[in-house]
Design a protein around this ligand. Structure first.
Ligand code: NAI
Ligand code: MG
Length: 487
């Protein structure tokens, strides 16, 4: 397992042009690896390999149980490479190694095993239409799936696309983000080593142009994309040209709503998690903290006290809680939003504790803007960093109105001990996820669907099966009598 070659068919491949690009470690600002930069010709080779494997390879003829077995074997192989895979993500995008090793690899394994067990449980139905008709549906694989992956959870999100696609019998071309390409390349290599037939799993590395070439390729049947809303729209345009399926997981602006009757200790710990885990680079980061005036000062003081002890630093050190942001581009983006907030004269507080001075790396300390108007830019646009805005609300109606007052609709968190209120609010939230007394809870069995500009179609859960298959209805006429119209 190298993580520096693409996987095209059976081959560990370089780009045909010979082009490569550097991968930068955001903790050191130094290049630490070079990977191939796939041009349209490489994307074409990968898609054709996947196409052949789908149309005429042994994959389609394999029994679902055997497909599942291969996936379970892949899980064992990943387990054996846990440390190496975690290190690839840490070096490429700066997340603490301990989190990568414990959370990311485990979560990728859970997805894989969940869908491995699903292969032989994907069923159609029999539809009653009377004694003269036998009608049934089946779910067929769609064909070639393009998985375009972002950098915030490189291995996990690559797996979120790969596992359901394989379980349904599709073939796949993965395109990891240019900032963090190596774990997906390594994953595709592990598939080859595990014995997946040639062309079933391919991976090409490159940036937006590579992604665009993949999304526009006429032999792709479905695109599954996670990333910015801006690129999501382009993906949808590309899909429209060929009337192909898309699943989009896009941005968010999660409201984390704290009512005075909540378990404030639990809410506090969870608030820390949702603001700073993965340096706030999560689509469900609780970037809007809705605080009731009755607890505002207490909660904020306690949060700041906790934030000031949060260790920001070298992601390879075991007690580091927050590493750098992924890239210079992301650093500029986040600091730009911080400037916007300051120019709007918003009051702000910073946290973060540095065990030693950090003279390199794209580090940003956690920052809280306080008493932010709900329509301020920092409270409307996805920052994707450890920056949160407190918003005041007086009652349930205001909580609902403010939580829904963005163009996004990914997740909401509600903290209260009043169960009736929790359910009332959950029903009123315009978001695909509602967490009650928790945050950032995602597991393979729960479907994940962004509402409004946060996405389209469900990832994960049993529901993902629908999006990686197409439906076929077969109507068998048991009555030889002709249709009355035809006489
Ligand atoms: P992005 O949306 O540009 O990149 C995501 C993936 O799409 C990468 O693999 C990239 O190479 C690919 N891509 C870029 N342009 C493409 C195109 N025209 N056609 C096909 N594929 C293309 O995200 P970026 O620029 O890295 O981050 C910008 C912002 O996007 C972040 O600040 C954050 O707000 C949001 N974002 C959201 C994520 C989420 O989990 N929902 C993940 C990453 C970014
Ligand atoms: Mg971009």
């Amino acid at each position: 397992m190298t993580g520096i070659r693409m996987v095209i068919g059976q081959e560990l491949a370089a780009a045909q042009s010979g082009k490569t690009f550097e991968v930068i470690n955001p903790a050191t600002e130094q290049a630490h690896a070079r990977v191939p930069e796939a041009g349209p010709e490489d994307v074409d080779r990968a898609v054709r390999a996947a196409r052949r494997a789908f149309d005429s390879g042994p994959w389609r003829k394999m029994s679902p149980a055997d497909r599942g077995l291969l996936m379970f074997r892949l899980a064992d192989r990943i387990e054996a490479h846990r440390e190496e895979l975690a290190r690839l993500d840490t070096e490429d995008m700066g997340k603490p190694y301990v989190h990568a090793k414990q959370h990311d690899v485990s979560s990728a394994l859970a997805f894989l095993r969940f869908y491995a067990g699903f292969c032989d449980k994907i069923r159609g139905s029999q539809i009653p239409c009377g004694p003269d008709k036998h009608v049934y549906t089946i779910r067929e694989p769609v064909g070639v799936v393009a998985g375009i992956v972002p950098w915030n959870f490189p291995l996990v999100i690559a797996m979120q696309k790969l596992a359901p696609a394989l379980a349904c019998g599709n073939t796949v071309v993965l395109k990891p983000a240019e900032q963090s390409p190596r774990s997906a390349l390594a994953l595709a290599e592990l598939c080859l080593e595990t014995g997946f037939p040639e062309g079933v799993v391919n991976a090409v590395s490159g940036g937006g142009e590579t992604g665009a070439a993949l999304a526009a390729h006429p032999l792709v049947d479905k695109i599954s994309f996670t990333g910015s809303t801006e690129v999501g729209k382009k993906i949808m345009h590309a899909a429209a040209d060929h009337i192909r399926k898309v699943t989009l997981e896009l941005g968010g602006k999660t409201a984390n709503i704290i009512f005075p009757d909540a378990d404030l200790e639990a809410a506090l710990a969870s608030c820390l998690l949702t603001s700073c885990y993965n340096s706030g680079q999560i689509c469900t980061t609780g970037s809007r903290l809705l605080l009731h005036p009755e607890i505002h000062d207490r909660f904020l003081d306690a949060l700041l006290a906790r934030l000031r002890t949060l260790k920001v630093g070298d992601p390879m050190e075991e007690d580091t809680k927050m590493g750098p942001l992924v890239s210079k581009e992301q650093y500029d983006r986040v600091t730009h939003y911080i400037e916007i907030g300051k120019q709007n004269n918003l009051r702000f507080y910073t946290g973060g504790f540095r065990a030693k001075p950090l003279d390199r790396g794209y580090y940003v300390d956690p920052l809280i803007f306080d008493h932010v108007p709900v329509d301020a830019r920092v409270a409307q646009e996805e920052i994707f960093g450890p920056v949160i805005s407190t918003i005041d609300f007086r009652d349930e109606d205001e909580a609902v109105a403010y939580a829904n007052a963005t163009s996004y609709g990914l997740a909401t968190a509600i903290w209260t001990r009043d169960l009736s209120r929790a359910h009332r609010l959950a029903a009123a939230m315009q978001s695909g996820f509602v967490w009650v007394n928790c945050n950032h809870y995602w597991v393979a069995q729960i479907p994940y669907e962004g509402h409004r500009q946060s996405g389209l179609g469900a990832d994960m859960g049993v529901e993902a099966v629908e999006s990686y298959t197409r439906l076929k209805s077969t109507i068998v006429n048991l009555d030889p009598a002709p249709h009355p119209w035809a006489g």
